[in-house]
Design a protein around this ligand. Structure first.
Ligand SMILES: [Zn+2]
Length: 376
């Protein structure tokens, strides 16, 4: 591993504006770097979105394929930066800049891992795939397209910013639209005539937030959050005949949209609204990110833990994430067991984001040793 090169790559990446939708420049930078290592680089183009890139390092012998993946995009520049977000500012071990934590350190580590394996002629009984994707901070369309186009691997390291704890499971989430129907009529005759959909929906909304979720022993439970409610007619003297509730639902691995839908319909029935309520997924351009977990004793998990201990002297615990990321698509749609682990920092998605240079270096060493072990 070349420390200076790794540091320079990390700084170069922070210096490139790659706010979601604007990934072309960073994709060509990373593409050039992979080409200079000797790999064939493929661009995955999408309309109105930045490209993703992918490449493969073929081993000398057959064996499993490991995917190393990270997203190139960052969120926008938030208010409150004390320094230029596109100029890396070094303060001891901290490096300030947009993406310094989420997740340009991870990208630099992947690149240095591949460069080191090639330069040191490390024997691989298997292959390494590399994917640098766009749009993770928006809809995960970059990763989704790669999977749709046939991306396959036996296991994956998602180099997202989690250093103290590797994530082996994520919750999933759905946006659910609940339509409550009432009966309209002249407002002057209410409540002797008609049935207010707004009142019914309000009662149902309270019931929904009180619904149970399936508890996962480590991940905890799901979430019911009413995020928006809308109904009624302002312009004429009518009793509201329709009201829509927008429900944000985080789920654990045993929960599906169908189970959530049934819970809402049962609640409606208990409130005497059977047959008046429609529950649908809010249409989304690509599928929802569903919950998943991989076994704690998967070789990818145990090998990362072993190498982490060798390199840092500390134990790497495994954990579960309460939100969603590209790992959900890799695990659920791509069927690729995925561990999320990489250099981290603080203030992600906020001003004055920073990463720890020492974690970028240690992650690289851990990746190299993990690959040597799994493909050795
Ligand atoms: Zn990220």
């Amino acid at each position: 591993m070349n420390h200076d090169r790794l540091r320079n790559t990390y700084f170069d990446l922070i210096g490139i504006n790659s706010i979601s939708g604007n990934e072309r420049e960073i994709a060509s930078y990373l593409g050039d770097r992979l080409s200079s290592i000797g790999l064939d680089v493929h661009f995955s183009e999408m309309e109105n979105i930045g490209p993703s890139i992918y490449a493969q390092l073929n081993g000398q012998n057959d064996g499993p394929t490991i995917l190393m993946i990270g997203h190139m995009d960052t969120v926008a520049v938030m208010d409150g930066w004390n320094t230029d977000p596109f100029t890396p500012i070094i303060d001891g071990d901290k490096v300030y800049g947009l993406g310094a934590c989420d997740m340009k350190g991870g990208l630099a580590s992947i690149l240095e891992t591949i460069a080191t394996i090639v330069e040191e002629n490390i024997l691989l009984n298997g292959n390494i795939k590399i994917a640098f994707v766009s749009d993770e901070e928006v809809l995960s369309r970059g990763t989704y397209k790669l999977i749709q186009d046939g991306l396959k691997a036996d296991m994956a390291i998602m180099a997202e910013c989690r250093f103290q704890e590797a994530a082996i499971g994520f919750r999933g989430r759905y946006s659910i639209n609940v339509t409550v129907n009432g009966q309209t009529g002249h407002a002057s005759q209410y409540p002797f005539v008609g049935e207010s959909a707004i009142i019914s929906a309000s009662r149902l909304a309270i019931e929904i937030e009180n619904l149970p979720t399936i508890n996962h022993p480590q991940m905890g439970g799901g979430t019911w959050c009413i995020r928006h409610i809308q109904g009624g007619i302002k312009s004429t003297l009518n009793i509201p005949d329709k009201c829509e509730i927008f429900v944000d639902r985080y789920v654990t691995p045993e929960e599906t949209f169908e189970s959530c839908r049934d819970q809402i319909l049962d609640a409606a029935k208990r409130l005497g609204m059977g047959g008046k309520v429609i529950v649908e997924l809010v249409p989304r351009e690509i599928p929802y990110l569903e919950a998943f977990e991989i076994p704690r004793d998967h070789s990818m998990v145990t090998t990362l833990q072993k190498k982490y201990k060798d390199i840092t002297g500390e134990n790497l615990s495994v954990g579960y994430d309460r939100s969603v990321c590209d790992s959900n698509f890799l695990a659920n749609i791509g069927n690729i067991p995925t561990v999320t682990f990489g250099p981290s920092g603080e203030n992600l998605h906020r001003s004055n984001e920073f990463g720890y240079l020492s974690q970028v270096e240690k992650s690289t060493l851990i990746y190299i040793e993990t690959i040597k072990d799994l493909l050795g």
